[in-house]
Design a binder for this molecule. Structure first.
Ligand SMILES: NC(=O)c1ccc[n+]([C@@H]2O[C@H](COP(=O)([O-])OP(=O)(O)OC[C@H]3O[C@@H](n4cnc5c(N)ncnc54)[C@H](OP(=O)(O)O)[C@@H]3O)[C@@H](O)[C@H]2O)c1
Length: 139
């Protein structure tokens, strides 16, 4: 692959100036090696700071119906028209074990059109269940 369409700054490194971290990603974008820049595990303040300098294509933060129910970055992303990607949407499997897959994914999907959860699985059957919940169609 010559190019990654979306590359996240996975964690802001507190020991490196933020401008340097963003500048490195922007240079990769300018070279055509990445298409878009995202941020992960960020606060609303950090999103505001970075969007002053560059276009942020997505924010990936933890959010789920279980232990991580609140993230004010979600509302800010809605207001700034930034897609919001909840990671750990099944609370790392806890909600699936409790039989709450439908409820957990629909809870996230109903938070707004800008919300796109990314459940993970190592099982083809579980993948079918996840796709069925999101699309309403069995594959
Ligand atoms: N940006 C970040 O800092 C960050 C941090 C953590 C995670 N992530 C990303 O977020 C995504 C998901 O997070 P996650 O894997 O931690 O948690 P998750 O999606 O909340 O939960 C995954 C767990 O749910 C189970 N599961 C999924 N579908 C199921 C089903 N139909 N029935 C029963 N169990 C089911 C999986 O087990 P099976 O494998 O047995 O299906 C797996 O153990 C990943 O792409 C990960 O890379 C990002």
């Amino acid at each position: 692959m010559d190019r990654l369409e979306l590359c996240y700054l996975h964690r802001i490194d507190p020991q490196v100036p933020l401008g340097e971290q963003i500048g490195t990603l922007q240079a990769l974008k300018d070279e055509g090696k990445i298409g878009h820049i995202g941020l992960s595990k960020v606060t609303p303040e950090q999103i505001r700071t970075v969007t002053n300098d560059i276009t942020v294509a997505a924010v990936q933060n933890v959010l789920n119906m279980g232990a991580d129910r609140h993230d004010t970055a979600r509302e800010l992303c809605r207001d700034l028209f930034i897609p919001y990607v909840p990671y750990r949407p099944l609370d790392a499997g806890t909600l699936a074990q409790q039989g709450h897959i439908d409820a957990a994914l629909n809870w996230l999907l109903h938070l707004g059109n800008h919300v796109a959860p990314i459940p993970s699985t190592s099982s083809p059957e579980h993948l079918r269940q996840l796709v069925a919940v999101v699309t309403g169609t069995r594959i």
